[in-house]
Design a protein around this ligand. Sequence first.
Ligand code: FAD
Length: 430
Amino acid sequence: MATSATPPSSVLIIGAGPGGLCLALSLSLLPQHIPCTVYDLHPSTPSIGGAVALTPSSLRILDRLGVYERIKHRGFQYRALRFATSKGGTIGDCIFGTEQYPALRISRTILLQALHDVAAEQGIHVQWGKKALSLQETEEHATVTFEDGTSATGDMVVGFDGVHSRVRAHVVRSALSAKSTSNPDAYAAQFAGLAGVQFLTPLPLIRFPPPPGHAEGTPPPLPMLILAQEGSFLLFPSDPEGQEVACFSVWNTEVDLGREGWERWGREEAVRWVRELHKGWPEPVKSALESLDPSQVHVWPAYSVPPLPAWHSPRVIIAGDAAHAFSPKGGQGAGQALEDAALLSRSLFLVSPQYPLAQALRVWEARRRERVKFVLDWASRADRGRREGKSGWVQQKIKEYVLWAVFALKGEGATRALIGYDTELVDLGA
Ligand SMILES: Cc1cc2nc3c(=O)[nH]c(=O)nc-3n(C[C@H](O)[C@H](O)[C@H](O)COP(=O)(O)OP(=O)(O)OC[C@H]3O[C@@H](n4cnc5c(N)ncnc54)[C@H](O)[C@@H]3O)c2cc1C
C-alpha cells in the first residue's frame, strides 16, 4: 500500500519525450529501483523535431544513465558559440562545453532513440498509442484514464507530457481549488508570438567572408550567431563531421496558425518570411539562403506556459515543458526537462518517515523553480540583443561592445553556473 513515508512503489509517467524517458531510467537505476510505466500518445518513437543542444549539466545526467556514450559521437561536439557581426568580425566566444563534456548538438530523434534503447534494456517498455485524457487522485493513489477507454493506477503520476500537457490541468485545478477560485484555463499554453525557422544546408554551399588580409574565406569555427541591426542568424552543425549546417532564424509573428495550420501552411509562410527578412544580408547568410531547400525547412512554433500556482498535487507532478516551456531562442528546453527528471528521482528515493512525500515534492519544486528561473533569466539576458527588433547603428555597436566585454572579462565565468549545475549536488534538505 502506498504511504507518504516510503518511496512510491509504482510511478506512471505520461510522455516518452526526453524528460519522461530520463525519469523512467533514473528510477530504474536507483539502488532501490522504483518500478514505472511510460505512456505516450504516439503510435511509436516519433521521428519529428530538429536538433537539440545539450550542455554539460544535461550530458552529465545522460552519462550516469549510460546514454552519453551512445550519443556523443552522433552529434556535433563544440566548446563555444561564436558571436559575430554581420561584417564577419568576431564579438566573442560564449563557452558551453568543458573538456570532459563538450557541448553536443544532436538530432532529437537520435537522443530519444538512445534513451528508449537503454530503457528497453532495463525492462522499461513504453506503452505507445496511449493518450492520457484525465486524472483522479486519492490520498494514496493516482489514476489516469486514456482516450481508448482504459485506465491505469499507480502510487504517483508524473506528467512529462509537453507544452500542451493534459496533466497540467489536473495539477492546476487541484492547486486552485485548495486556494482560490481563479480560472484554470488561464494556465493553458499560449502562443509566444514567434516561431523558430530552421533549414539544413551542406557546409560547402556556404561562403564565408574572407578575414582581413585574406583573399578567400574559410569556415570559421561553428556554431556561430550573427548579430545584425535587423535581427540574428544562427549557423549550427548537427552531424559529427560538421558538414550539415542548420541555419536558424526566429520569425516574429502575431498569428498562431494552430497545430494543423503550422503543418500545412507554416513551412511555405516561413520560407517567404525568412527570405524577406534576410534579403541583402552579406555572406555567409547570402549563400546559405541561396541554397535553401524548402523541403528541408522545419518550423517550430513557440508556446509559453504562464507561471503556474503549483507543479504538483499530493500524488501528481508535472515537469519539463509541461511545467515551464522555453522559447526556441533559449535552447534550454530539453536540458531543463532532463534536470527536472534527475532531481525528481533523487527526491522520490529519499522519502522516509523523517522526509515524507509531501516535503520531498515541495523541496523538489522549490529547487527546480529556482533553477528554471535562473536559466530563463540567463537566456533572456543573452537573447536581449536579438529580441529588440531592428536597432540603430549606435545601439547595435553598444550591444556588440557589451557582449564583447562580457566574453572578454568573464570568459568561462559567463556560463559557469549555467553549465556547471549538477543535480547530484543539489541540497534537498533530507
Ligand atoms: C516535435 C518537437 C520538436 C522540437 N524541436 C526542438 C528543436 O529543434 N530544438 C530545441 O531546442 N527544442 C526542440 N523541441 C523542444 C524540446 O525538445 C523540449 O523542450 C523538450 O523535448 C522538453 O522535453 P519534455 O520531455 O518535457 O517534453 P516533450 O519532448 O514535448 O515530450 C512530451 C511527450 O509527451 C507526449 N504526450 C503529450 N501529450 C500526451 C498525452 N495527453 N498523453 C500521452 N502522451 C502525451 C508527446 O507525444 C511527447 O512524446 C521540440 C519539441 C517537440 C515536441
